[in-house]
Design a protein around this ligand. Structure first.
Ligand code: GTP
Ligand code: MG
Length: 193
């Protein structure tokens, strides 16, 4: 009985993470890859919500349609967001400016003030990729890092061991980072349940 009560009082809400980026950058694919699920190769319509256990944290990932017409709806998903995964196609030189403008636009929203962002430089398996440094400059990552925790990860869905680990590192970081901000009181309870 007491155990159940403790559980009811102390159980945390899942960490809420939004997956955003231009269309066809690989958001749904990397999420499913991380969960070990099969992917349908089709653009996301509306949204997908997936609950994942990442280490000892329960995470709710919102993978929202990025078709241009639906992007104005993204702000309705912003309240209570604790982490953002922003996915970029490292191979798509033509849309890098568009990717930067979109990223900075999202992060300028008051609802997302201080929210950590993990940037996935995705599709690293393709030959024509920009380097990490080129991409960090193009996306103006140093500007973002002045205002919030921001880390850049190189990802691909094709499992070479090294990059596969990087994909897991990304999901672990974005799940744990928001928890660094919680009061010592709530962490105490969590670790003692
Ligand atoms: N080569 C390569 N292709 C990838 C990678 N990740 C995703 N793709 C492919 O990119 C295409 C788009 O992937 P999705 O996961 O549907 O992209 P999305 O960002 O969810 O797209 P929307 O739902 O339209 O916003 C698919 O054909 C994937 O197989 C990758 O790391 N490397
Ligand atoms: Mg999708």
């Amino acid at each position: 009985m007491m155990g159940n009560l403790n559980y009811a009082f102390c159980r945390r809400k899942p960490v809420r993470v939004l997956l955003l980026g231009l269309d066809a950058t690989g958001k749904t694919t990397i999420l499913y890859q991380c969960m070990g699920k099969d992917v349908k190769n089709a653009p996301t319509i509306g949204f997908n919500v997936e609950n994942c256990q990442i280490k000892d944290l329960e995470v709710m990932f919102w993978d929202v349609s990025s078709r241009a017409l639906e992007r104005p709806l993204w702000r309705y998903y912003y309240p209570n967001t604790q982490g953002i995964v922003y996915v970029v196609d490292s191979n798509d030189w033509d849309r890098m400016t568009e990717a930067r403008v979109l990223l900075h636009n999202i992060l300028s929203d008051d609802e997302l003030k201080g929210v950590p962002v993990a940037i996935a430089l995705n599709k690293r398996d393709l030959k024509n990729c920009m380097t990490k440094e080129e991409m960090e400059e193009m996306l103006d990552v140093s500007e973002i890092q002045k205002k919030r925790p921001c880390r850049v990860f190189m990802t691909t869905i094709f499992p070479t061991d090294e990059i596969q680990t990087e994909l897991m590192n990304l999901f672990e970081w974005i799940s744990e980072e928001p928890k660094q901000k919680e009061s010592p009181f709530s962490s105490y309870f969590w670790t003692h349940v």
